[in-house]
Design a protein around this ligand. Structure first.
Ligand code: C2E
Ligand code: CA
Ligand code: CA
Ligand code: CA
Length: 275
């Protein structure tokens, strides 16, 4: 039995080694990915719930690795944040998204995800300035999406940075709301322009009464704070109907459109929505 136990321990050691090697390899590849041009953006439509008209797009980062294929953002973004390459990558995303959106009709917004790491470094406002200046994008069309994790640090410093960004005319969106640690009342102190309810509440709404109550509570809170609410992850017509009834002004999800690279599909959507 002792012999066997050692065998198992050895097996786990090998697995750990394997995982470490894999992680190192990913880190290494991630550091090269930007200069090798392996990133691109996919755009997913944001629609008004009442009319299903496209009002903007969210830029979603894609990494197309020559051997690994498409690596999901859920895998590589946490690593990029860990090793710090999220800073140049995040800057590239902002510049690329702004320069692409600058060519779209004026009424379309462009949402860009900003990592808490980018936020903490303290130069986010100047990175945003540069992206706006070089693309010529109207700042009012830019929405910066950040999750509750940005709120966990120094409260007054966070508020100062948010106001600094807002002074430029850009909009700040609280993303994935309801999944983090901040309380509902926490929102009141932060100058968000919009709240995005996390997909998990939308997807469980058919068989979970509590999920619908949570959506209702968030919309109510948003109303009192003057922050319109967006529902993400809408996949069925039933869910669309529900979020419309509950007062979500905008929605996003596979029902309205998959994230897609700029190309024929996006061009067709833009024509359809009157752009
Ligand atoms: P997120 O910001 O919450 O983005 C929404 C995610 O939900 C996207 O996944 C999108 O493809 C997916 N989604 C949209 N509609 C539906 C739906 O109806 N059903 C389902 N099941 N999923 C839907 P994606 O593109 O894999 O991105 C995952 C996460 O990676 C994002 O979540 C965001 O946190 C992060 N991310 C993506 N791009 C960037 C980026 O440029 N910078 C940073 N910092 N994070 C990013
Ligand atoms: Ca987002
Ligand atoms: Ca989200
Ligand atoms: Ca999410």
């Amino acid at each position: 039995a002792k012999q066997e136990g050692r065998g198992i321990a050895c097996f786990f050691d090998q697995q750990m080694d394997e995982q470490m090697r894999e992680r190192r390899a990913l880190e290494y590849d991630l550091r090269q990915a930007l200069s090798r041009g392996e990133f691109y953006l996919a755009f997913q439509p944001l629609v008004s719930t009442a009319f299903s008209a496209v009002v903007g797009y969210e830029a979603l980062l894609r990494w197309s690795h020559p051997d690994r294929g498409d690596v999901p953002p859920e895998v590589f973004i946490p690593i990029a944040e860990d090793v710090g390459v999220i800073l140049p990558i995040g800057e590239w995303v902002l510049r690329e998204a702004c320069s692409i959106a600058a060519r779209w009709p004026d009424y379309l917004s462009i949402a860009v995800n900003v990592s808490a790491v980018q936020f903490r470094v303290g130069n986010l406002a100047s990175v945003v300035d540069a992206a706006l200046r070089d693309s010529g994008l109207n700042p009012k069309r830019l929405e910066l999406e950040m999750t509750e994790s940005v709120l966990l640090r120094n409260r007054s410093a966070t508020i100062a940075i948010l106001h600094d960004l807002k002074a430029r005319g850009v909009n700040i969106v609280m993303d994935d709301f309801g999944t983090g640690y901040s309380s509902l009342s926490n929102l009141r102190s932060f100058p968000f322009d919009k709240i995005k309810i996390d997909r998990s509440f939308v997807s469980s709404v058919a068989d979970d009464g509590a999920a619908r109550s949570i959506i209702r509570a968030i919309v109510g809170l948003g109303r009192s704070l003057n922050m319109p609410v967006v529902a993400e992850g809408v996949e069925t017509d039933e869910q669309r109907q529900m979020v419309l009834e509950e007062g979500c002004r905008q929605a996003q999800g596979y029902l309205f459109g998959m994230p897609a690279p700029v190309g024929a599909e996006l061009a067709a959507q833009l024509r359809l929505s009157g752009g």
